[in-house]
Design a protein around this ligand. Structure first.
Ligand code: GLA
Length: 388
C-alpha cells in the first residue's frame, strides 16, 4: 500500500496543485465459506485481500467534486445535486451512490478533490466495488468528520448496491472490507452485524482465486431471484414457527420437517443456505484444530450444494472444482461470491502453490478449451484512513 500511496500523493499534487489532507484505503474481500448466507442473517467466514483501493483527498470550494483515477487515467466530476441514476459501466456510479446514501443519513459532505488508485483486480470476484465504496466513504469520513457505527458504514456501501445499482446484495463485501484482519479469517454474524471471532489462517496454506473469466453481471443475474426464494422459504416456515425471523433460525432438521409445505425450488435454495450456516460453524472448529483437510472438505461440500441446490454454479466453475480434486496440494475448492460465473477459491499447500496455478490453467484449457486466471492471494487488514 505504501507504494500506491506515494503514487497517489504525487499525482494529487500534480493534478490539483496542492497537498491532500487525508489518505484512505480499503481492501477487496474473499468469501471463504458461507455462500448467500449474509442476507439471510447468517454466518460467513471471510477475509480482506492484501490488494487495496486508496484515495488521497482534500476539501474543495463550490459544489463540484473531482476524482482522478490514476490507474485508468480517467477523471470524473460528481455533482452531489444531480439526481440522475447510474450510467452503465461507469465507476463513478459507486461514488455518486455513496454520496446519496450519506446525504440520506443527514451527513453533510461538501465538495472535494480526490485521486484514486487500486490494486484490487476488477471483475475478479474480490469485490473491487466494495473496496471502492469503502475507501471513498473513509476518505469522506476523515475529511468531513463523519461518524457512523461499524454496521452503518457497511450499510452505506450496501445501500449503494441496493438502491443505486439495483442489486439486492447483503453486507458481506463491505463488512469484510472494513473489518478484515491480516493473515486471519473473520467469522461474521449478519444478524448482529459484527465480527464474532478472528480465526488465524493455519500456516503453510495459501488461498488461490481462479477466475473462469465467465462474466457474472450480477445486476442481470438471478441473484435477486435467489434472495426472493430464500425469503419465500422463510415466510412459509414462519407460518408454522413464528420464532423464525430469517433462514438463520432454521436448522436442517427443521427444514426437513416443513419440506412438504415448501415449493421444491424454495426448499432447495433454503437447503443450501441452512447447510452453509452449519458448515461455517464446523469450519471454525476445524480451523482452530488446524485440521485443514477437514476444512477443505467443507469447501468441496459447499460447492456441491451450490451446484445441486442453489444452482448458482456453471460448467466452468464446476470444471475448476473437479480439476482441484485431482491436483496435488489442494485440500478444498468452491465457487465463491454470487456465482453464475466468476471465481472459485482453492486452499492449497504453500509449497505446491506455484505449480498448482500452472497445472490448473493447463487442465482447464484441456477440459473446456478456455483460459482461466489464477491469483495467489494474501490476506490483509480492513479499511483505514488518516489525516496527513
Ligand atoms: C455477492 C454479494 C454478497 C453475498 C455473496 C454471496 O458477493 O455482494 O452480499 O451475498 O454474493 O455470498
Amino acid at each position: 500500500m505504501e507504494a500506491l500511496q506515494e503514487e497517489l500523493l504525487q499525482s494529487f499534487r500534480n493534478r490539483f496543485q496542492r497537498a491532500p489532507e487525508v489518505l484512505s484505503a480499503a481492501p477487496g474481500r474473499l468469501e471463504i465459506l458461507g455462500n448467500h448466507t449474509d442476507y439471510n442473517e447468517g454466518f460467513v467466514l471471510s477475509a480482506a485481500t492484501g490488494q487495496k483501493t486508496c484515495f488521497a483527498a482534500a476539501k474543495a470550494p463550490g459544489r463540484i467534486c473531482r476524482v482522478l483515477d490514476c490507474v485508468l487515467k480517467e477523471e470524473k466530476e460528481i455533482d452531489p445535486d444531480d439526481p440522475s441514476g447510474p450510467v452503465k459501466g461507469d465507476w463513478a456510479n459507486y461514488l455518486k451512490g455513496a454520496v446519496a446514501e450519506l446525504s440520506k443519513r443527514g451527513a453533510k459532505v461538501g465538495a472535494f478533490d480526490m485521486t484514486l488508485a487500486s490494486s484490487v483486480p476488477l471483475s475478479a470476484g474480490m469485490s473491487s466495488s466494495a473496496a471502492l465504496e469503502m475507501a471513498f466513504c473513509y476518505a469522506l469520513k476523515e475529511l468531513y468528520n463523519l461518524s457512523f457505527t461499524p454496521g452503518e458504514w457497511a450499510r452505506i456501501g450496501q445501500g449503494v448496491e441496493n438502491n443505486f445499482m439495483g442489486l439486492k446484495t447483503g453486507l458481506l463485501d463491505q463488512f469484510s472490507s472494513l473489518y478484515g484482519k491480516k493473515d486471519s479469517l473473520i467469522l461474521c454474524d449478519f444478524r448482529s452485524v459484527e465480527v464474532l471471532e478472528t480465526v488465524p489462517m493455519v500456516p503453510g496454506y495459501r488461498i488461490v482465486v481462479v477466475n473462469t473469466l465467465v462474466k457474472h453481471n450480477l445486476v442481470e443475474s438471478d441473484y435477486n431471484q435467489r434472495r426472493k426464494s430464500c425469503e419465500n422459504a422463510c415466510n412459509t416456515i414462519r407460518s408454522f414457527r413464528p420464532e423464525v425471523k430469517a433462514l438463520r433460525d432454521v436448522s436442517s432438521s427443521m427444514l426437513e420437517k416443513y419440506k412438504s409445505a415448501l415449493p421444491v425450488t424454495d426448499y432447495r435454495r433454503a437447503l443450501h443456505v441452512v447447510g452453509e450456516n452449519e458448515r461455517v460453524k464446523q469450519g471454525v472448529d476445524l480451523l482452530k484444530k488446524g485440521d485443514m483437510e477437514g476444512f477443505g472438505k467443507l469447501l468441496f461440500e459447499s460447492h456441491e450444494s451450490s451446484r445441486n441446490h442453489f444452482e448458482n454454479s456453471c460448467p466452468e466453475l464446476d470444471a475448476l472444482v473437479e480439476i482441484a480434486k485431482t491436483l496435488p496440494g489442494c485440500v478444498g475448492a468452491r465457487l465463491s461470491g454470487g456465482g453464475f460465473g466468476g471465481i472459485t477459491i482453492h486452499l492449497v499447500k504453500e509449497e505446491k502453490v506455484e505449480e498448482y496455478c500452472k497445472r490448473i490453467g493447463t487442465a482447464y484449457r484441456m477440459m473446456t478449451g478456455k483460459e482461466c486466471k489464477s491469483v495467489i492471494c494474501s490476506i490483509g487488514d480492513g479499511a483505514e484512513s488518516k489525516r496527513i
